[in-house]
Design a protein around this ligand. Sequence first.
Ligand SMILES: CC(C)(COP(=O)(O)OP(=O)(O)OC[C@H]1O[C@@H](n2cnc3c(N)ncnc32)[C@H](O)[C@@H]1OP(=O)(O)O)[C@@H](O)C(=O)NCCC(=O)NCCS
Length: 171
Amino acid sequence: MTTIPAGDRGDVHVRQAVQADLLAVLRIERASFDQPWPFSAFERYLGEPGFLVATDGGPDGYVTEDQSSESVLGYVVANLVPNHGQPFGHVKDIAVHPDYRGEGVGRKLLERALRVLEIHGAQSVKLEVRASNERALSLYRDFGFEYLRTVPRYYDDDEDALILVVDLDAE
Ligand SMILES: CC(C)(COP(=O)(O)OP(=O)(O)OC[C@H]1O[C@@H](n2cnc3c(N)ncnc32)[C@H](O)[C@@H]1OP(=O)(O)O)[C@@H](O)C(=O)NCCC(=O)NCCS
């Protein structure tokens, strides 16, 4: 299992997601999105180095024998997309439990995900975000993401998606 060294923030720990995290992840997903991913979508990304959870306990970066005492505060799903020998990263999903937003958990997850993607060879990372999602847009801008283009009516409710991209070399 891939493990990533610790970040520096208080009692929030980030590690790769495991099967036992999935119900908590699904609960956060359902609390966060009108069209949530199904359980099977998360299951598919288990083992992906960019599927990370933030928890309130346990040694940072490492999966312990027993995670039953930890609470999942949020998660990010990111992967590498092959691209003519020059893979790019894709942040596919990120959410923090509503009770823990605004405390730096999302920032920590995104920071770690970008680092994982870079370690695995991504030179740039892209994502889609609802045009109205100011909180997420603000987070992404802080990490250097820039507007690339708009996909009209990308979401089921016809809202446009903004495609954002960051060049990791420029970070
Ligand atoms: C977007 C989300 C993941 C951010 O996670 P978070 O833990 O709340 O964010 P953080 O506390 O780490 O804040 C990071 C940055 O996000 C932005 N942000 C956070 N809360 C904000 C708010 N209430 N209003 C505007 N921007 C905000 C700021 O840029 C902030 O940086 P700052 O603290 O230096 O100002 C979280 O709000 C969430 O789960 N939203 C619902 C799901 C979602 O929309 N996911 C994104 C899909 S593209």
